[in-house]
Ligand binder design. Structure first.
Ligand SMILES: CC(C)(COP(=O)(O)OP(=O)(O)OC[C@H]1O[C@@H](n2cnc3c(N)ncnc32)[C@H](O)[C@@H]1OP(=O)(O)O)[C@@H](O)C(=O)NCCC(=O)NCCS
Length: 114
């Protein structure tokens, strides 16, 4: 395994409370909006997904990527999984950890090659 980089981000949940549909659709994938929309604390789940995108962006070995191309879904156990839909990321693997409270959300990511 070759470690490429780490990344992190923290956001205030309140920023994600009243986003309009246009902004939501620019930042988040359909799956992310669906997952967050089923939760009572929707803004926390959106905020933490935004953190994940920022954290991944910081750690990628290239720049200029639309946030919507960085997606977080959850496996059966609830653990988050990152995919980056860009051919420049085809050899990259990601491990991510997310956490959120009423006020703050944060993400930490490790980018590596197998
Ligand atoms: C999964 C768990 C660790 C989440 O912790 P939490 O303090 O409730 O919530 P946090 O805000 O820190 O983390 C939430 C995020 O954890 C992630 N998560 C959920 N399940 C996970 C798992 N199995 N593994 C890794 N990450 C997980 C998710 O990304 C989630 O955010 P999301 O739903 O928006 O994607 C917790 O709910 C849990 O199951 N704890 C088990 C504790 C336990 O068994 N204790 C026994 C002795 S008391």
């Amino acid at each position: 395994m070759e470690i490429i980089n780490i990344g992190t981000d923290i956001e205030e949940v309140s920023r994600f409370e009243n986003l309009d549909t246009k902004v939501l659709n620019r930042l988040f994938t359909e799956e992310e909006l669906k997952y967050s929309g089923t939760k009572k604390n929707k803004a926390e789940h959106l905020a933490v997904r935004y953190c994940a995108k920022e954290a991944v962006f910081k750690a990628l070995p290239f720049d200029k990527i639309a946030f919507k191309k960085i997606q977080v879904i959850n496996d059966k156990s609830g653990a988050p999984i990152v995919t980056v839909k860009d051919k420049r990321a085809k050899d990259l693997c990601f491990k991510i950890s997310l956490s959120h409270t009423k006020n703050f959300a944060q993400a930490v990511v490790l980018v590596y090659k197998k």
